[in-house]
Write a protein that binds this ligand. Structure first.
Ligand code: SF4
Ligand code: F3S
Ligand code: FES
Length: 233
């Protein structure tokens, strides 16, 4: 089958503004959008620029706006998109560096701002820190994040207020706040209690729809919000 692939392109060295380029690509229904982008790059226009690495939904580098929804190009197949025309654009709300490559620095700065690493207090123990299965289950869902940014860049609160820390950072804070081996929850809750923290979430649920890992993001945000309210109760 032939697919009409429309890609929003932008080269800051040549273009005044983004423009749509259309490519006709021979495709199999089981091809992923990433396969189509590769076909264009290898066979039609080597200047087409996009990020990808694993091609198996693990590294999180090829999130983009596909037929109006944030998705991983390596996970969405042609047959799932139903139709012979596919549109591809960079993730919304982040500065475009070239074609489908956006500047992720602001996104990762927010991720780093919640201290997304284990901070146990006390001396380093002789052996591993044990944890019950019940305690591990409290943050199991949020360990699945691959930092693709599909959630944050689909959130209207983030579009309206780019200082909002965003769902991805909150998911990664949740992963440590509820870890029984960690002792820095209070510090993280203080950061997220800021006016650009969890309170900017308006439970729109776009983030949940966009997440390729099917993380219950809104639930995680509500659990963190509840912990903020309850911490001094
Ligand atoms: Fe991507 Fe989901 Fe992590 Fe957001 S929570 S960055 S959508 S994997
Ligand atoms: Fe945004 Fe998700 Fe909240 S889309 S408003 S972070 S529920
Ligand atoms: Fe790694 Fe798609 S290329 S998630």
């Amino acid at each position: 089958m032939q697919i009409e692939l429309r890609v929003l392109r932008y080269d800051p060295e040549r273009d005044q503004q983004p423009h749509e380029a259309t490519y006709t690509v021979e495709a199999n229904p089981m091809d992923r959008v990433l396969d189509l982008l590769h076909k264009v790059k290898y066979e039609q226009d080597g200047t087409l620029t996009f990020r990808r690495s694993c091609a198996h939904g693990v590294c999180g580098s090829d999130a983009m706006l596909i037929n109006g929804r944030n998705r991983l190009a390596c996970k969405i197949r042609v047959d799932q998109l139903k139709g012979k025309r596919i549109t591809v654009a960079p993730l919304p709300g982040l500065p475009v560096m070239k074609d489908l490559v956006v500047d992720m620095e602001g996104f990762f700065a927010k991720f780093r701002s919640v201290h997304p690493y284990l901070q146990p207090s006390g001396p380093v123990p002789e052996r591993e820190r044990l944890q019950s299965a019940k305690d591990r289950a409290k943050f199991d869902d949020t360990t699945k994040c691959i930092l693709c940014a599909a959630c944050t860049t689909s959130c209207p609160s983030f579009w309206a207020q780019p200082f909002y820390v965003g769902p991805a950072a909150i998911v990664n804070a949740h992963r440590f706040i509820f870890d029984s081996r960690d002792d820095a929850a209070e510090e993280r809750l203080e950061i997220l209690a800021d006016r650009d923290g969890v309170w900017r979430c308006r439970t729109v649920f776009n983030c949940v729809e966009a997440c390729p890992r099917e993380i219950h993001i809104t639930q995680a945000i509500l659990e963190v919000s509840r912990a903020i309210v309850e911490r001094h109760a």
